[in-house]
Write a protein that binds this ligand. Structure first.
Ligand SMILES: CC(C)(COP(=O)(O)OP(=O)(O)OC[C@H]1O[C@@H](n2cnc3c(N)ncnc32)[C@H](O)[C@@H]1OP(=O)(O)O)[C@@H](O)C(=O)NCCC(=O)NCCS
Length: 163
């Protein structure tokens, strides 16, 4: 049986890092998206973890960010990862959908994600104009998307920074 639960860091954090290493490889720390995560604190209460037989098999983390000036708070979604043995069941969409629902209920205004527009388009993410945001490093803007949560993603533009 697969359960989707909030992250309990003591119980899940190490297994989540191992899952990221397994699915993305060690190079993922070099990405610009990581600049929004390093020195930042993720939100375990909004993060969702898929668990099977006590093991972590899927995850979508949620991070606080600020966008533009004056700073508008928002959330940065990901990385999303599913253990290769459990891929093909749309589990990545399930954990991400539940993390977005929790973020909406918590009053977060809007979400930013970097990923496949085809995959995350299923959850209502839409691509942004290439000059709408700047990131703390080089970024392929054809993978940057936003989505409304409890507020409007239209409020977001400018520099994206860790909270
Ligand atoms: C991306 C990932 C989370 C998807 O896992 P999953 O939820 O099990 O996905 P599924 O295999 O059930 O695929 C669901 C659908 O999305 C498609 N899909 C899967 N990965 C995709 C990707 N990277 N880009 C575009 N489409 C993708 C599948 O073809 C499938 O389409 P279908 O329903 O029409 O057949 C998983 O492949 C993974 O962990 N990859 C490595 C890490 C990664 O790249 N994460 C995403 C960036 S944040």
């Amino acid at each position: 049986m697969i359960e989707i639960v909030p992250e309990t860091p003591d119980q899940h954090a190490e297994a989540i890092e191992a899952l990221y290493d397994r699915t993305f490889g060690p190079g993922h720390f070099a990405k610009t998206a990581e600049r929004l995560r390093e020195g930042n604190q993720s939100r375990p209460d909004l993060t969702r973890v898929a668990v099977s037989d006590g093991g972590v098999i899927g995850v979508c983390r949620i991070w606080p960010i600020v966008v533009g000036e004056p700073r508008v708070p928002a959330v940065f979604v990901g990385p999303v990862a599913v253990d290769p043995d459990f891929q093909g069941q749309r589990l990545g969409l399930s954990v991400t959908g539940e993390a977005l629902e929790a973020s909406t209920k918590a009053g977060c205004g809007a979400a930013v994600i970097i990923g496949s527009p085809i995959y995350f388009g299923e959850l209502g993410f839409t691509l942004v104009a290439p000059d709408r945001f700047s990131f703390p490093g080089p970024q392929d803007m054809s993978r940057v998307m936003v989505r409304d949560l409890s507020g409007s993603a239209d409020d977001l533009s400018g520099a994206i920074r860790a909270y």
